[in-house]
Design a protein around this ligand. Structure first.
Ligand code: MG
Length: 158
């Protein structure tokens, strides 16, 4: 039986922070604000696999009140979430992710990001769909205030 989960995350751009998405450092003049490394791609995917397993959410597993997760590597949080759903009897099968931002252009980075996410999930890179698009200038994303990420993941009984 395959089960599907959805995850969403958004983060505000901030000066003086590195931009980390999908575990990769993306060259850009700003990064994302957050308690961890603010990797919104890893966060949305983490919530998708946790949701598919009905195994909680990222805020419950890794509360931002906990100093352990300050500046945490979110790919490692994703790996811990995968271990968490394994204890609940599930393993990731496949995921599809859409990143919504105006700048920077992510096309040159998508393949390496997908490979890193696949490794964290324990699936083949071909099992990760990863896309980036703009918000056509509309809303907080359009004004360049932040980014949003939507992820869908499938898990099956391990
Ligand atoms: Mg987040």
């Amino acid at each position: 039986m395959t089960r599907t989960g959805v995850g969403y995350d958004s983060h505000r751009f901030a000066e003086g922070r590195p931009l980390i998405l999908g575990g990769q450092h993306i060259p850009f003049e700003r990064g994302l604000a957050g308690h961890s490394d603010a990797d919104a791609v890893a966060h949305a995917l983490t919530d998708a696999i946790l949701g598919a397993a009905a195994a909680g959410d990222i805020g419950r597993l890794f509360p931002d009140s906990d100093p352990r997760w300050k500046d945490a590597n979110s790919l490692e949080l994703l790996r811990l979430a995968v271990a968490h759903i394994r204890t609940a009897g599930f393993r990731p099968v496949q995921a599809d992710i859409t990143i919504i931002l105006e700048r920077p252009k992510l096309a040159p980075h998508l393949d390496v990001m997908a490979a890193a996410l696949a490794s964290a999930l324990g699936v083949a890179p071909s099992a990760i769909g990863l896309k980036a698009k703009t918000n056509e200038g509309m809303g907080f994303v359009g004004r360049g205030e932040g980014i949003a990420v939507i992820a869908v993941a499938n898990v099956e009984a391990a």
